[in-house]
Design a protein around this ligand. Structure first.
Ligand code: FES
Length: 122
């Protein structure tokens, strides 16, 4: 059974439209998108590095380390280890960077907005 955890007042949400919250031991990245908010694990399934600095385009976030891409709404893995720090790499380099890790989805969390309050359900 999930628990609803208060994160922040909407009026206090950062102007850059993203924030990281530590919720009961989970580092959760919350991003404001045009139709609301998305909450995902702030931990890339590739090597566990933080996604908070990743580029967001529409419903997609790109890991800032090796460019894996995930759908923010579902966590679906869209592309896996395609580069290094934003620079695309040829296939032979990509295979080296995989380090034995298979494509995996990103954990997502439901977000609830009530009045001026933002909650996440874990
Ligand atoms: S840590 Fe994110 S793609 Fe490698």
């Amino acid at each position: 059974m999930s628990k609803r955890i208060f994160l922040v007042k909407l009026s206090d949400f950062p102007a850059n439209n993203r924030a990281v919250f530590n919720v009961e031991g989970h580092s959760i990245l919350v991003i404001r998108v045009p139709d609301g908010f998305r909450a995902v694990a702030n931990r890339c399934p590739h090597l566990g590095l933080p996604l908070a600095g990743g580029k967001v385009e529409g419903d997609t976030i790109t890991c800032p380390f090796h460019n894996s891409q995930f759908r923010l709404s579902t966590g679906e893995n869209l592309d896996w280890v395609r580069g290094l720090a934003g620079i695309p790499l040829p296939n032979w380099s990509r295979r080296l960077l995989l380090m034995g890790k298979r494509p995996a989805p990103l954990a997502t969390y439901p977000v609830v907005v009530e009045d001026d309050n933002l909650y996440v359900e874990i």
